[in-house]
Ligand binder design. Sequence first.
Ligand code: ASP
Length: 355
Amino acid sequence: MKELFLLGAVFLAVGFFHIGTASAAKCPRVMVLATGGTIAGREIPAAGRTGYKAGVLSVQDLIADVPELREIADVTGEQLCNIDSKDMTDEIWLRLAARVNEIFAADAADAVVIPHGTDTMEETAYFLSLTVKSDKPVVLTGAMRPATAADADGFENLLDAVRVSASGDAVGKGVLVVMNGEIHEARDVTKIHTQNLAAFASPTTGCLGTVKNGIPAFSRAPLRRPKSEALFDLGDVSALPRVDILYGHEGDDGALAFAAEKAGAKGLVYAGMGNGSIPAEAEKALAQVAGRGVIVVRASRSSGGEVTSSVPSSDEAGFIESGALNPQKARVLLRLCLTKTTDAAEIARTFAACR
Ligand code: ASP
């Protein structure tokens, strides 16, 4: 009898220990830092199936619409701006990076989730991946259909983004984009479709993982994300230098390279054919502006693959290859490089470390 009593006491103690650890387990603190986009959009009934206004609902509306968030994390919200992401600006980018760094430096959250318009999401994600100095997760998400649509996709995307950010597995994986049940790395992800829910892909590397039935699962780590010492410190930066993208096409005579230089471009990204090839006349024009100090990066208008050094005339002119960066991401990196230096060799080294 005495033994049974003792056994019961041991069971009770073990039971309390387990309950105790479960209830004491730290609930991840996730800050939802909203910027607008279709995820915060409202349909315009008279405007047909695809008509809506982006950036209408507030961060409080977004959080209130997804009560399941509370089961995953201790979620708080903050409105950074409320725009259609086609109107993203340097000022907002700088404010966003500063705010995320501030949140982590103050230990005000374990992760940040950023609802964002899908149109420039990849650029913002890459910008943050080069400027946020923390191993804590930063996850961008959005929607292809406005929040008021009967088949809105934003609720599940927001839920998935919070699930990924709170999972623990996202720590140290850099800035991520979670859309349509897939987890992508900022460097590789791009918007590939104007309307499909499956609007994002990482064409060269594939996604990092998935969220299935609410469970995030990484299948690989982003091994080529920039080392913390390579990140850009935006402390006293109040403006980003002008860099234009020129789109390669049959018969390009290079006139736009001179126009961009005249408009004040400090750098140019040429979205060339295939492996960053540039038509001869355009290459001559670019070589001339490069000779006057404008930094020229060769990227590709092809949606997958890397741009490597393969064109002797471009190499002689000092053009830098974008590697795996698509034109819009090469532009982000070049602008950040130009906040530090105009030295082509130094910028080429930074590209080599990031691409
Ligand atoms: N125009 C929207 C935006 O980028 C598109 C979207 O969010 O899907 O803000």
